[in-house]
Ligand binder design. Structure first.
Ligand code: FES
Length: 73
């Protein structure tokens, strides 16, 4: 997930990034094949007014696909 955030420019400030990564790590453990809307819903508790969430959603979808591939799903 961290690698995907770097690749897709999803990294934000030192407050937002840790909270988003912790939120999404838990989210992907519970939902390994999410839709983009589900990712956006998962991020509703992490408010950042500095950017859109596109990079974060792109990164999460990428990470989810890689994690599924690693698990052979
Ligand atoms: S990047 Fe942290 S408040 Fe926007």
């Amino acid at each position: 997930l961290q690698r995907a955030f770097r690749t897709h420019h999803g990294l934000q400030c030192g407050y937002c990034t840790p909270g988003v990564l912790v939120t999404l790590t838990d989210f992907l453990a519970r939902n390994p094949d999410p839709s983009r809307d589900e990712v956006r819903e998962a991020l509703t508790g992490n408010l950042c007014r500095c950017t859109g969430y596109k990079g974060m959603v792109d990164a999460t979808m990428h990470a989810a696909a890689e994690l599924r591939a690693q698990k052979g799903a």
